[in-house]
Design a protein around this ligand. Sequence first.
Ligand code: PEP
Ligand code: MG
Length: 766
Amino acid sequence: MKRLMSIKNLGVNDIPIAGGKAANLGELTSAGFEVPPGFVLTTESFDYYLKYNKLKDFIADALSGLDMSSDAALQDASGKIRKAFEEGEMPKDLESSVIEEYKKLGKGKFPLVAVRSSATAEDLPTASFAGQQDTYLNVSGPESLLKSVKRCWASLFTPRALAYRVSKNFEHDKVKLAVVVQRMVNSDISGIMFTIDPNSELPHIIIEAGYGLGEALVGGKVTPDTYVVDKFHRKILNRRISNQTWKLVRGESGECMKEDIPADLASKQKMTDEQILDLAEIGNQIEMHYDRPMDIEWAMEGGNVYIVQARPVTTLSKDKNDKAGKAEEKIESSRTILVKGLGASPGKASGPVRIYQEDMSLDVVKKGDIMVTQMTTPDMVPAMTRTSAIITDEGGMTCHAAIVARELGIPCIVGANNATEVLKNGMEVTVHGQTGVVYEGLDKEDRPASTPVAAMAPSAPVTGTKIMVNVGVPQKAEEYAQLPVQGVGLMRIEFLFTSYIQEHPCALIEQGRERELVEKLSQGIATVAKAFYPRPIILRTSDFKTNEYRDMKGGAKYEPKEQNPMIGWRGCSRYVSESYRDAFLAELKAIKRARDEMGLTNVWMMLPFVRTVEEVVKIERLMNDVGLFRGNDFKLYLMAEVPVIVFMAEEFAEHCDGFSIGSNDLTQLTMGADRDSDILGRMGYFDERNVAIKRAIAHLIKHAHNKGVPVGICGQAPSVYPEFCEFLVRAGIDSISLNADTVLKTISYVAAAEQRMVLESIRKQK
Ligand code: PEP
Ligand code: MG
């Protein structure tokens, strides 16, 4: 490892030695963005300095037996350590190489530089306070450069940083800091930029801009202008002009000083519209490079824009890259954690715990309860609709509880191990569905569990990719129909069984109640189809697994016990077997009735868990027997879930009007990872973003398109990971069907991805 490295030779992989700030600056430089040149003293330099001055033992001595609860003792120890750092001797060889690199920045002379601490990944929380304090601007000459470097290092030992590390059991000698030395930009205007609105998460670029050096603005000392730019349409949506009465400037001898701003300039818009839009475009490009929303610091000197820092926005609600540590910080400051699991459906809810066991009556679950159970089953759905949150001991991100909760718009935690033991009936708890944490006590700030999704709808960008919505319980159809979607990409008929029927279909048929079954199913279908008419609804015929059907009233007689129901008698394999055929015919008759008798010709059909071409051929014959014929206004989709469809796309394409990727099952079967397994989920085996899944999807799209057949997706992947849309759009997906709660946000991702593709192709043509 090198003690000094030039910024331009760094990339994001160098965070462990160069720290986040320096590594990102290197990444940006290589990607062609304007970054002031500079170099970094890596963590190796830090170690070298520490060793050379025997500071390790000194620090250990200063901290041994320290009473952390005593502020005076802490201040004292911190002062001693920092003094030792600042007064230490720079090893001669390190000193001369620093000065040599420094001179290069000024083409032989000593230029003005900024000296900035750059924290390594492990000590980010610690160094984040250091990071704020330890930027030295307008540093000039070798002596003050070396002094500033030492001061940066010493800043790892401020009283706050020490106390924080102790509270987190973080070993002091594991903490390292890199230091960036960078040519100073003498900015006329500077500021920050977010490539997403971090509060609303709308696709807006938020720019804050003020006169002078950026430090005053970043430190919150002056109020900047704020501009909101529409990410897609190069349009300024909003501007708030501040009254900036002073600015930070470079003084005669390089020092930072305050300077008053004349009244006429103080209240003027700080940047021209053209500059705002150009800056927003740079933000777009940076986001494109990193493939995620970014938080950027920039500076403008003589009309040129320089990027002085860029890091991913980590506060987004769906940001799965957000480190668990963030959640722990919140936990530490406020409350007691009772249980932790996988955050499967976002949102917060408070209420009394209701432990539910399989043999109980659903009536025990009351409105507003937090339902805690081993695992939910389809027959529990009516009770689930009354709960304000759901917690399960078992299950992964696409298990039954997760899917239903997202559909209902309520928070859900799955795979919480022993929640049914730790939580007790009546306990008042708060569930955080994103972080997967259950806290003791009620949270007064909760928003109501179900904000109508469409009520949040601003005008959505128009996308080339069709956006559809997944609908479960028919009661939600009217509300979801308000969303800017082009139809329903997945309506699971199972929800009709659980909402309207609640008995095993074979039992009903055996009792001579087939008409009732058809009638109820068609009513449920009609409820959704009417709400969306004339937009199509793709109704998926049943895909219960044997274990789920057994739990239905009268189910035990018809459902064999299987070792692996997930890869057992489900989907199409049922329709072509004697023992289920009549029940499937009832589903077909219900579709026929909704279409022909109720005039809802927007009902299309989709087959789940397709394994062979032969079964599709047989099923189409059954459809024809009840009078359902594929044609212009009646389309048959096949779900692409079993990898066989990917490998035999051309053959299957002969027998359908479209494919819809069931990424939940496709991931399960490609990875060989049971989607219900909390163990595998936690270990990261079940992840739709795996390159193999992406290749499978891209392959299917390519081969289906060769046959002129469209491909959509209706699994959870784009709802859980909106950034997955970038890949889907680039792979040429025709439609994306989403959970209602993620439609608006995900449309933005799709629009952004499409816009990037257009920009890229324009750039290529130039
Ligand atoms: C899927 O497998 O992705 C899918 C949408 O179907 P289900 O989750 O109902 O199995
Ligand atoms: Mg599936």
